[in-house]
Design a protein around this ligand. Structure first.
Ligand SMILES: [Zn+2]
Ligand SMILES: [Zn+2]
Length: 137
């Protein structure tokens, strides 16, 4: 597959790699229980863009898609890394920012679904907090 997207990303074991345009519409830290469990973390930093702006360059057949055609979490089936989620009825992807190799221009600007935050985790920055989803979901 020939793509010209500047940002590279990869799973832990390297069997799956992707490229994505540096044109994210937003980035945020999601504290929902799904994001916490799929990453094993207090929250998931995610960056959203149109599905057409993301291309799997290595290992498309290695992806484990947890969900259905309208929305799923895409993991490497070998190492389990969560690479991205398909959202918005298949129109958008939320890239799990921790899998990016290159630095994106965007930065997370808010905390979302703080109503589901892990009680043992304290948000210590000054970014705005939303109990749910501010503009989608
Ligand atoms: Zn992997
Ligand atoms: Zn979430």
């Amino acid at each position: 597959m020939t793509v010209d997207y500047p940002l590279r990303g990869s799973c832990l074991c390297g069997r799956v790699a992707y490229e994505v345009a540096d044109a994210f519409k937003y980035a945020m830290n999601c504290h929902c229980s799904q994001c916490r469990r799929s990453t094993g973390s207090a929250f998931k930093p995610l960056a959203g863009t149109k599905v057409s702006r993301l291309a799997i360059t290595i290992g498309d057949g290695e992806l484990l898609r947890y969900g259905d055609e309208h929305g799923y979490d895409a993991h490497c089936r070998s190492c389990g890394s969560l690479l991205y989620s398909l959202v918005g009825n298949g129109q958008y992807v939320h890239v799990a920012m921790g899998t990016l190799i290159d630095e994106p221009s965007v930065r997370p600007t808010m905390h979302i679904v703080v109503g589901s935050k892990a009680p043992w985790f304290e948000i210590t920055d000054a970014m705005p907090q939303f109990d749910g989803f501010p503009d989608h979901g």
